[in-house]
Design a binder for this molecule. Structure first.
Ligand SMILES: *[C@@H]1O[C@H](CO)[C@@H](O)[C@H](O)[C@H]1NC(C)=O
Ligand SMILES: *[C@@H]1O[C@H](CO)[C@@H](O)[C@H](O)[C@H]1NC(C)=O
Ligand SMILES: *[C@@H]1O[C@H](CO)[C@@H](O)[C@H](O)[C@H]1NC(C)=O
Ligand SMILES: *[C@@H]1O[C@H](CO)[C@@H](O)[C@H](O)[C@H]1NC(C)=O
Ligand SMILES: *[C@@H]1O[C@H](CO)[C@@H](O)[C@H](O)[C@H]1NC(C)=O
Ligand SMILES: *[C@@H]1O[C@H](CO)[C@@H](O)[C@H](O)[C@H]1NC(C)=O
Ligand SMILES: *[C@@H]1O[C@H](CO)[C@@H](O)[C@H](O)[C@H]1NC(C)=O
Ligand SMILES: *[C@@H]1O[C@H](CO)[C@@H](O)[C@H](O)[C@H]1NC(C)=O
Ligand SMILES: *[C@@H]1O[C@H](CO)[C@@H](O)[C@H](O)[C@H]1NC(C)=O
Ligand SMILES: *[C@@H]1O[C@H](CO)[C@@H](O)[C@H](O)[C@H]1NC(C)=O
Ligand SMILES: *[C@@H]1O[C@H](CO)[C@@H](O)[C@H](O)[C@H]1NC(C)=O
Ligand SMILES: *[C@@H]1O[C@H](CO)[C@@H](O)[C@H](O)[C@H]1NC(C)=O
Length: 443
């Protein structure tokens, strides 16, 4: 075991633990036939101006799931005239990458890229231009080239410079693309040189004709967090005493009908700090949240019917009813056939978030509460106590069973952390050995 072995190991661990996910994107034409397919793992790097200099910042496009609009939103079209445009955006619109493919003289290639992103100050730490929208437009490219009807393939990572001077680039790996003449599956493959030679990848850097409306840049290695619903603290008080407290991250998911008659699904977050109202009673408490205009979520907590046999200690509480009101805006429900319609959905036959009176109910795991065939409330990071808080705070927490099951993510993260630790220990050991060899003559 030497340093070289260790660096190979490190590179392997980095690859397994930190690579951007490889996604499959497809565009369909008017006849619902695939006209462009692009498989790739995409990482974006930009350079931003900080209060104390410039920095590079890189982030990945997340794992794409065609039926989940909270992953990547795929848009674009294939035009008759030989250009196709593929647009990949994050749902909040904070990142958008638009790729233009051109067909000319019997071959197809990527001819232009437009990158837009918002300098979210939570991610672009110390940026001098918080929340500015930046756009980098690059034209005149001729990469990912393949003869018409064939696909271009490159598993090795290649960097596509959008602004070479500033280090703005797309880092692409596991690429296979084909625009036009797509016949159900990828055509014959034209492989990149990096894949066909055994030389390790000297990333292909193409410095193009870049028009930049960009700042300077960034970058540490932490990718920005996926947009998650914020956990809010909802409290109701009577005479200054807390009578209901609920920590929850809430999302809504609803099916809707698009203008083409197809059913799609929309998912959105209850934002930070909605308006809170409600009432506390001896046996029933109601929490009402109002957000984004007139959208509301009303949650009714009940104590279980007091029976003469029950000890006070055995009394349970639960959510017995949830009612939601939301407007089908086209921003949230792309292409909806009933934009502006206000929907109300109630399930008054629930038993959720069940705990003992005198305790709080806690569940970090995701819980999907179905309200109808088409509408669901998704709760995570929950701790609630709707009755009898002593001391204005939660009493002992009763944890839900799901929190005690080990998720898949944890072992992978732990495995990667352990692997990293092993490597660090090995390096320390080797350094220690070298030092001791220097210090003492070997016998
Ligand atoms: C091809 O058509 C698209 C959309 O119809 C248009 O934006 C583009 O400029 C056209 N390109 C050429 C080369 O005519
Ligand atoms: C942000 O600026 C503060 C104050 O200048 C500094 O202490 C901190 O290290 C900076 N953070 C980063 C990530 O640059
Ligand atoms: C950036 O774009 C977002 C969304 O379009 C908009 O809300 C925001 O105001 C823009 N920021 C600036 C500084 O113009
Ligand atoms: C970031 O941009 C600045 C100025 O635009 C440049 O001097 C610096 O070299 C760039 N950083 C990297 C790592 O390319
Ligand atoms: C598409 O593929 C099918 C079967 O592989 C073949 O029969 C057909 O001719 C192809 N169509 C075109 C336009 O190449
Ligand atoms: C790889 O990059 C190095 C330094 O940038 C350069 O000297 C070398 O010629 C490149 N090798 C190939 C095969 O392009
Ligand atoms: C940049 O684009 C312009 C116009 O499209 C062209 O005339 C010029 O030759 C290009 N420069 C480079 C370096 O490709
Ligand atoms: C929630 O907010 C209330 C009122 O602001 C506060 O008293 C309580 O400590 C908060 N609870 C938690 C767990 O932060
Ligand atoms: C609630 O309980 C308190 C104390 O036990 C009692 O005084 C009050 O009448 C009850 N209120 C209702 C509406 O039952
Ligand atoms: C919310 O409802 C009120 C009263 O019905 C109405 O005046 C207001 O325009 C609504 N707000 C939105 C954003 O729809
Ligand atoms: C209420 O829920 C229970 C079990 O979840 C179910 O058996 C019952 O049929 C439901 N009642 C109504 C009126 O939907
Ligand atoms: C949307 O409809 C599908 C198919 O009927 C169903 O499986 C799914 O649960 C529905 N989504 C929601 C949020 O209810």
């Amino acid at each position: 075991m030497n340093f070289k072995t260790i660096s190979v190991l490190l590179a392997f661990i980095a690859a397994v633990c930190a690579q951007a996910p490889t996604n499959e994107y497809e565009l369909k034409d008017a006849d619902d036939k695939t006209c462009l397919r692009a498989d790739m793992a995409l990482t974006i790097q930009v350079n931003y101006t900080k209060t104390d200099g410039t920095a590079l910042f890189a982030w990945d496009l997340p794992t794409y799931n065609a039926s989940d609009p909270n992953t990547v939103v795929v848009g674009g079209s294939c035009a008759e005239n030989g250009t196709a445009e593929l647009t990949l955006s994050t749902p909040a619109g904070s990142t958008s990458v638009s790729m233009t493919f051109t067909m000319a003289e019997g071959s197809t290639y990527l001819s232009g890229v437009e990158l837009s992103y918002t300098e979210d100050p939570d991610i672009f730490v110390n940026t001098t231009t918080p929340n500015d929208n930046k756009t980098v437009v690059t034209t005149g490219l001729q990469v990912f080239e393949a003869p018409a009807g064939r696909s271009y393939k490159c598993n090795n990572q290649g960097n596509l410079a959008l602004n070479a001077a500033e280090g703005t680039m797309l880092m692409l790996a596991n690429v296979q693309v084909q625009a036009f003449d797509f016949n159900n599956t990828f055509g014959d493959v034209t492989e990149c040189a990096a894949d066909t030679t055994t030389i390790s990848p000297n990333a292909t850097t193409v410095a193009p004709n870049a028009t930049t409306i960009l700042p300077t840049t960034i970058l540490p290695t932490t990718p920005p967090p996926a947009p998650e619903a914020p956990q809010n603290n909802y409290t109701l008080t009577i005479d200054g005493k807390v009578c209901l407290m609920a920590l929850m991250a809430l999302q809504m998911e609803a099916n809707y009908t698009k203008t083409d008659g197809k059913v799609a699904s929309a998912k959105w977050n209850v934002p930070a700090n909605p308006a809170v109202s409600g009432s506390c009673g001896n046996d029933t408490s109601v929490l009402e949240l109002k957000y984004d205009g007139n959208d509301t979520i009303t949650i009714t907590f009940k104590k279980s019917a007091a029976s003469g046999l029950l000890q006070a200690d055995d009394e349970k509480f639960m959510v017995s009813e949830i009612s939601v009101v939301y407007m089908e805006t086209s921003a949230r429900f792309p292409d909806t056939n009933s934009s502006g319609t206000i929907r109300t959905v109630t399930n008054n036959n629930l038993t959720a978030f069940e705990g003992s009176v005198g305790s709080s109910y806690k569940c970090m795991a995701e819980q999907d509460v179905s309200l109808s065939m088409d509408v669901m409330l998704i709760a995570t990071d929950v701790q609630v106590q709707p009755f009898g808080l002593s001391d204005n705070n939660f009493d002992t927490a009763e944890e839900c069973p799901a929190d005690n099951e080990i998720s898949n993510i944890v072992p992978i993260a732990v495995g990667c952390a352990l692997a990293g630790l092993v490597v660090i220990v090995l390096i320390a050991y080797l350094i220690g050995r070298r030092k001791s060899h220097k210090g003492y003559q070997q016998v």
